[in-house]
Ligand binder design. Structure first.
Ligand code: PAF
Length: 279
């Protein structure tokens, strides 16, 4: 595996690289979720590029950009062990030179849920950096985790709206044995908070069971999920049933309905989601 720091070096290295080429965009601090994306990319492509860049543009000023876990050496070892060809680890100045002035913004689905909590600059930052990575790397496929369900929809839309010739591959959320979705931010949880945090996935499971038993009224499904969070003393930032297509509110839970939750547990802001209704 070769570690590359500049766009010029990356372009040169990829000029003759065998295709198809898979890109796994990451912010590092690898866990099994990242490794599952890398493994899928390795299975499906001749060349695999993993980008490692903690993107300042997607963090609001009050968020954890400085504290975000970083361990490039460990990430590099893990990526190498998975057979990654190139680790692209640029500096902030390489991605955003001091005179950088262009950003990509999306209306509609990039202005709700996460954007209402984190500010509209969050997806502006994500969309801009993903656009830049697509232009820098020129992948045939790019890999994202279903845990960031809204991000997945936003990126699929970006690809459609701006005609990127990239196939988006979405991999399932990886969970701890007790259900907690893996996240780089789980390191912020103390032991008792870690235990309370399992209420997020338990609330999704409870809702899923209610739907499987025939409940389709959104208010009642949400009440089932909400009760689990209440019991754990967790006040969600949002707990919402939305259409899996465009995140619009649903009148019945049937077919493909997304149940998305975000909550703070101690210092960690956690998100999770489940697709209810049998898809
Ligand atoms: O999901 C993430 O880790 C980030 O949002 C991404 C897609 C790497 C962009 O910085």
């Amino acid at each position: 595996m070769r570690t590359v720091r500049t766009v010029a070096e990356l372009r040169e290295a990829l000029r003759e690289a065998p295709r198809p080429l898979g890109l796994v965009p990451t912010m590092g601090a690898f866990h099994e979720g990242h490794l599952s994306l890398i493994r899928r990319a390795r299975e499906q492509n001749e060349t695999v590029v993993v980008s490692l860049f903690v993107n300042p543009a997607q963090f609001a000023p009050n968020e954890d950009f400085d504290a975000y876990p970083r361990d490039e050496k460990r990430d590099g070892r893990l990526a190498e062990a998975e057979g990654v060809d190139f680790l692209f680890a640029p500096s902030v100045d390489e991605v955003y030179p001091p005179d950088h002035q262009t950003y990509v913004v999306m209306e509609g689905i990039a202005t709700i849920l996460e954007a209402e909590q984190r500010g509209t600059s969050h997806f502006k930052g994500v969309i801009t950096v993903v656009t830049k990575l697509f232009n820098m790397v020129g992948p045939d496929r790019a890999y994202f985790g279903q845990k960031d369900a809204q991000q997945v929809l936003v990126i699929r839309k970006l690809v459609r709206d701006l005609n990127f010739p990239v196939e988006i591959v979405v991999c399932p959320t990886i969970r701890e044995p007790d259900g907690l979705a893996l996240s780089s931010r789980n390191v912020y949880l103390s032991t008792p908070e870690r235990e309370r945090a399992t209420a997020l996935s338990r609330s999704l499971n409870a809702a899923d069971e209610a739907v499987a038993s025939g409940e389709s009224d959104p208010g009642r499904v949400l009440a089932v999920a909400r009760a689990v969070l209440d019991e754990a003393g967790i006040e969600p930032e949002y707990l919402e049933l939305r259409s899996l297509e465009d995140l619009s509110p649903v009148e019945r839970v049937n077919g493909s309905t997304l149940l998305a939750v975000a909550a703070r547990v101690g210092n960690a802001r956690l998100i999770d989601n489940a697709i209810l209704g049998g898809t």
